[in-house]
Design a protein around this ligand. Structure first.
Ligand code: ZN
Length: 198
């Protein structure tokens, strides 16, 4: 792994952009630092950026180069020091240190994946209840009320509440409702097995 690849793995574009004063809005849309604009048109992805206004684009190293007028290696040095990455740019890379950072990166990725999965479960459960509620609502007063409809109206507010809470809270809060997400997953499976996906 080269020093360039290492820097790119360790620092994502949105984090670097924010730290260097780029104004980042919803959905990681930023006010482009490379042309004058009032509405953000520069999209920041994890590993690159692209401006729909002026077509500026590149990875995190290019971003820092362009922001400060640096060469690639100067940008790498700058990022290394600003983000305290502790990469030794003069020595050949130390395998142990690299492996340790690798593990940290893997761990961070696994955590992200885990959070995405939990959110996905909550969303699927809410969506299912929403479908039940619409599809099985009684059409006439004399209709017998469908069990799925009753179940949905009893649980949908709570499902929405969980989804909202999960969205707003930080990592620690998300860990705290992990058990509840496990229960929701079992509940979701039970619904699908018993009543179908709708
Ligand atoms: Zn631009």
């Amino acid at each position: 792994m080269t020093i360039f690849e290492e820097v790119k793995e360790l620092v994502d574009v949105p984090t670097a952009a924010r730290s260097y004063g780029v104004e980042v809005h919803r959905g990681n849309m930023a006010l482009c630092p490379f042309h004058r604009e009032r509405h953000p048109s520069c999209k920041l992805y994890e590993d690159h950026y692209y401006c729909f206004g002026c077509q500026a684009h590149g990875d995190v190293i290019k971003l820092v180069q362009e922001l400060f007028g640096l060469s690639a290696i100067e940008a790498v040095k700058q990022i290394n020091s600003d983000f305290a990455l502790g990469l030794d740019l003069d020595k050949p890379p130390d395998n142990k240190a690299i492996q340790k950072r690798r593990r940290e990166i893997e761990q961070r990725k696994a955590e992200k994946l885990h959070i995405t999965r939990m959110y996905d479960i909550l969303l699927r459960y809410f969506t299912l209840l929403h479908k039940y509620k619409i599809r099985y609502a009684p059409k006439a007063p004399e209709d017998e009320i469908d069990r799925r409809y009753i179940y949905a109206i009893h649980h949908i507010d709570y499902a929405w509440y969980l989804l909202e809470t999960f969205n707003r809270t930080d990592k620690q809060g998300q860990d705290e409702i992990k058990l509840e997400v496990d229960r929701i997953e079992r509940e979701y499976k039970r619904c699908v097995e018993e009543w179908g996906e709708c």
